[in-house]
Design a binder for this molecule. Structure first.
Ligand SMILES: Cc1cc2nc3c(=O)[nH]c(=O)nc-3n(C[C@H](O)[C@H](O)[C@H](O)COP(=O)(O)O)c2cc1C
Length: 155
């Protein structure tokens, strides 16, 4: 089992969260990679795939949606997955993580966590205090869930 954290990022905030998640998944030799660098053959059955995007106009970025479409065509059966987004703390903000999670699940992935939002202070950031630490802590939850899922499937 290995882990890939795939992200898009306009101003670096989602990248920082993706790197903090990868740091929490070090025992899976996790790498954080920009969405444009994902090759479909990098994702194998039994792997953990985490995808994150900023919310742009109530949804994931265009690049993220294009990659999700490619992943859907390929199919994600047997792959564990989780989704996150970064957003401004507004009363009405839309959603990216839920949309990513839904697409991953529809492509056959096993969702191992609820979609997770992380918060920036303004369009260009910075992240709210404590968000990178929260991302690493979330990764530890993902790790535990992924291990439990693997044990369950091999039982
Ligand atoms: C074109 C554009 C549209 C945006 N739309 C939303 C939105 O609908 N909801 C929201 O919460 N934040 C929105 N934002 C703020 C982004 O979520 C914020 O810029 C992002 O989290 C920063 O992450 P990044 O540095 O990785 O790009 C928008 C930002 C841009 C540039």
């Amino acid at each position: 089992m290995k882990a890939l954290v795939v992200y898009d990022s306009g101003f670096g905030n989602t990248k920082s969260i993706a790197e903090a998640i990868a740091a929490g998944l070090t025992s899976l030799q996790a790498k954080a990679i920009p969405v444009g660098q994902l090759r479909m053959e990098d994702v194998a059955v039994g792997d953990l795939l985490v995808i994150g995007s900023p919310i742009n106009g109530w949804q994931p970025t265009q690049k993220t949606m294009e990659t999700l479409a490619n992943l859907s065509r390929r199919g994600l059966s047997g792959i564990m997955a989780a989704a996150f987004d970064t957003r401004v703390k507004l009363f009405i903000h839309g959603d990216a993580a839920k949309k990513i999670a839904k697409t991953l699940q529809e492509a056959g992935a096993i969702l191992i966590a609820k979609p997770m939002p992380f918060y920036v202070k303004g369009t260009e950031g910075p992240l709210l205090d404590g968000e990178t630490a929260r991302a690493t802590a979330w990764a530890e939850v993902l790790l535990a869930q992924a291990r439990a899922q693997r044990t369950q499937r091999s039982a």
